[in-house]
Design a binder for this molecule. Structure first.
Ligand code: G3I
Length: 377
């Protein structure tokens, strides 16, 4: 990155890195490279590379979810630090179509333009979800003489228009987000399931594939216990297997990986790796699509930021160890803007400080931990 913004980030990176290195060496957690900036590869002890450079070298994507592409977090970080971008809200159905069929792609276009101008991959999030829908979607379906036919018609139009608009520019889509009920193992009895049955999943993927045959299509889900022992994980794996068996063009599985408190215990690295592998064994690629780790896990640690860095290292290392795990996206850029601090369910334990940059956009120890894990791949 060139210009004032880039210089600021570079200075911040240098200062934060020096502090981080001292502490990492003291805690014995990570190696600490000298600040060479030479021509050696990112993994070399003489090169102080960025997260994006490490990811480029390793052939993986490191991404961030972005809401406002003109704000400093997006402007200052996308070129140097992330080689993949997800729209946190702007591409959701209700964002691009406040009412059925009435589109406004301005906000989504701006994020896709940003990613494209900085050479980053664009992930589309998300086409079909129980939340953030056009305000009149349910009413339109309910009022129809044949609700199933009307929903099919609306889905076909929506997916065709949105995926078609970004054909060749959005490389990966979360076609369906959170097919499971919020708690438990059942498929969510949302409008789509109630009206079309489980086949709504098949149809959504087929429509997305028809609109952009080159896009990698994902089913995205969250879990509480991120191990194979969890019944919710098994149910999701069974669903993915059923879709594959039915010949649905599903290419990838998104594991959200929100770690926000007691009901989402941090998994042992080996157990998390085994869980991820159980999905890639089905023949799909995998991404950690929405990673964040609350600082609240580490309140009792001598240095919470470094304990958080170690947890980030474990989670990302598990992904890097699994051949089909091709990307990690953090759900936001910096600690000043995280959904956890504003969502009424979690804001009581704010600040969560769950991301790789602090509120002043200085890279945190977790940034270097993730960077070094990826560089060591
Ligand atoms: O855009 C309106 C704005 O006009 C209004 O003034 C303001 C007042 O509340 O609300 C704004 O909308 C908010 C929207 O984010 C955009 O900022 C909604 O209230 C708020 O509920 C919404 O939250 C988003 C949430 O999804 C919705 O469920 C979060 O930002 C977003 O991070 C979160 O992302 C989800 C993923 O899509 C799926 N996985 C879980 C993840 C976290 O919940």
């Amino acid at each position: 990155m060139s210009g004032a913004d880039g210089s600021l980030v570079r200075v911040g990176l240098g200062v934060a890195r020096a502090a981080a290195c001292i502490l990492l060496v003291l805690t014995g957690t990570f190696g600490c490279d000298s600040d060479g900036g030479g021509s050696a590869g990112c993994g070399s002890p003489t090169r102080d590379c960025t997260l994006a450079e490490a990811a480029d070298d390793a052939g993986v994507w490191i991404g961030a979810a972005i809401d406002d592409p003109s704000a400093p977090p997006a402007q200052m970080t996308v070129a140097d630090h992330f080689n993949s971008v997800t729209a946190e809200n702007a591409m959701k159905w209700g964002s691009v179509a406040p009412t059925v069929g009435n589109y406004d792609f301005a906000a989504a276009d701006a994020i896709v333009d940003l990613a494209e101008s900085r050479g980053a991959r664009m992930r589309g999030h998300t086409l079909v979800w129980r939340m953030q829908q056009p305000a009149d979607l349910r009413a339109q379906v309910d009022a129809a003489e044949d609700p199933a036919a009307r929903l099919r018609e609306i889905l076909a139009e929506h997916i065709g228009v949105e995926v078609g608009r970004y054909r060749g520019r959005v490389a990966a889509w979360d076609v369906v987000n959170e097919p499971l009920a919020p708690i438990g193992e059942q498929i969510d009895r949302n409008l789509f399931m109630r009206t079309l049955g489980e086949m709504y999943l098949d149809e959504a993927f087929q429509l997305a594939h028809a609109a952009d045959p080159e896009a990698t299509l994902f089913l995205n889900e969250y879990f509480y216990d991120h191990t194979s022992a969890d019944a919710r994980v098994s149910a999701f794996r069974d669903l993915v297997a059923r879709l594959i068996d039915r010949g649905v063009p599903l290419h990838g599985v998104g594991i959200q990986a929100h770690f926000y408190g007691p009901v989402t215990p941090l998994p042992e690295r080996a157990a998390f790796e085994a869980m991820l592998r159980s999905f890639t064994d089905l023949g799909v690629v995998l991404e950690l699509t929405e990673l964040d780790i609350s600082i609240n896990y580490f309140a009792a640690a001598a240095d919470p930021l470094f304990a958080q860095a170690a947890a980030y290292a474990d989670i990302v290392a598990a992904c890097m160890a699994v051949g089909g795990c091709q990307a990690v996206t953090t759900w936001g850029v910096d600690d000043a803007q995280t959904w956890l601090d504003t969502n009424p369910q979690f804001s009581g334990s704010a600040p969560h400080m769950p991301l790789l940059f602090d509120a002043a956009l200085i890279p945190k120890p977790a940034y270097f931990a993730v960077r070094d894990v990826i560089a060591g791949r």
